[in-house]
Design a protein around this ligand. Structure first.
Ligand code: NAD
Ligand code: TDX
Length: 332
């Protein structure tokens, strides 16, 4: 099979490409990525010379480029990870989020209609459900939870989800959607909470915690997410949404303190800074559907995953130093 992975030079897409290239040597994995600030060819180093891997630099919102890729590679499956993914950037400048996350999704699906496809999979987020109150630990997001977005980022992802479901109903496109909670692990861009805190703590720099640090995120080790998506594209029911997550809720301040303690750094590095506007309070996924239908549950506990992640950042300093220095852009 020919499998297109968009956004494969980013964090989750990169981990997914690594897994697929190793797991399915008979399949051809084609990574399509525009190499924005978040895309990094160094993330694809482990697979770049593998015979079942190809890389194409292209923008998913460029219709002609996307159609040419479909003509050349004739994909059987496409998994769309490509997105502008950072909430703070969407608050600063929403427009690129609308172009990539909404128009890009529509153009990829137009190509699927034009050339045919076995499966279009949309990688979405639990942020489309908005947030849960901190004083109701009994509440979780299910696939039936209404869409209720907070940020330009989550609104753009929700818009894309609605388009995906519309293309299924109107044109019969064979789609699936997954909505995952916060990922962490190797190759996570150092603007996001966990890698930023690891790197700042390592460098004895201040750790900026938004607001009072009590906001809760439901953390999932990235490899568990990748396995769930592989299951959905093979065994998930067309037209369905699957939540991915596994009851690993942590307050931000506790995550930060865990990182400081693992690196034997002092809590005086913590600095409380102005809160993110519209900051979602709590995310928490109910994974009953994917567990019942596909037998998926996360394998990695937070304690194990955070240790592996910190170790990875210690062992791969070149990868993040090249980002901080800007050197990674020279190869892109
Ligand atoms: P990321 O920012 O690390 O990577 C995004 C990748 O997409 C980059 O390689 C970038 O170059 C590429 N890209 C951006 N615009 C593009 C365009 N117009 N055309 C082609 N490529 C483009 O993001 P991530 O954290 O790996 O997230 C991947 C997907 O998973 C996103 O769709 C995101 O919404 C979703 N998601 C992320 C999380 C999380 O915790 N990171 C959780 C749930 C869902
Ligand atoms: O410096 C920081 N200080 C801080 O307190 C940063 C960068 C974040 N935070 C807080 C904000 C959030 O409550 O930490 C939490 C996590 O923030 P991010 O890493 O920016 O992630 P989040 O906003 O939760 O969104 C992430 O998960 C859902 C991804 O970036 C999205 O792409 C995904 O859809």
């Amino acid at each position: 099979m020919n499998i297109i992975v968009t956004g494969g030079a980013g964090f989750i897409g990169g981990n997914f490409v690594h897994m697929m290239v190793a797991k399915y040597p008979e399949d051809h994995i084609i990574c399509v990525d525009a190499l924005t600030y978040a895309g990094n060819l160094e993330t694809l180093e482990p697979v770049k010379d593998k015979p079942n891997f190809s890389f194409v630099k292209a923008d998913i919102a460029d219709r002609q480029a996307v159609y040419e890729i479909f003509e050349q590679y004739k994909p059987d499956i496409i998994i769309n990870f490509a997105a502008e993914s950072h909430v703070d950037r969407s608050i600063e400048n929403p427009e690129i989020f609308l172009r990539t996350n909404i128009m890009g999704t529509a153009i990829l699906m137009d190509a699927c209609r034009k050339y045919g496809i076995q499966r279009y999979h949309q990688v979405s987020t639990d942020e489309v459900y908005g947030d849960l109150p901190l004083d109701r630990p009994d509440l979780f997001f299910t696939e039936e939870t209404p869409i209720h977005t907070s940020s330009p980022y989550s609104s753009s992802k929700a818009s894309a989800d609605l388009l995906v479901l519309a293309y299924h109903r109107t044109y019969g496109l064979p789609v699936t959607i997954s909505r995952c909670s916060n990922n962490y692990g190797p190759y996570h861009f150092p603007e996001k909470l966990i890698p930023l805190m690891i790197i700042n703590a390592f460098n004895n720099k201040q750790l900026p915690v938004y607001g009072d640090g009590k906001n809760v995120r439901d953390w999932l080790y990235v490899e568990d997410h990748c396995e769930a998506i592989d299951l959905i594209i093979r065994k998930g029911r067309v037209g369905e949404v699957y939540n991915i997550g596994g009851h690993n809720e942590r307050a931000n301040i506790d995550v930060v303190k865990t990182i400081l303690s693992a690196l034997r750094k002092d809590e005086s590095l913590i600095t409380y800074v102005t809160d993110r506007p519209g900051h979602d309070q709590r995310y928490a996924i109910d994974p009953t559907k994917i567990n019942n239908e596909l037998g998926w549950l996360p394998k990695t506990s937070f304690n194990e995953g955070i240790k592996k992640t910190i170790q990875w950042y210690m062992d791969n300093q070149d990868w993040w130093e090249h980002i901080i220095s800007g050197e990674y852009k020279r190869t892109n």
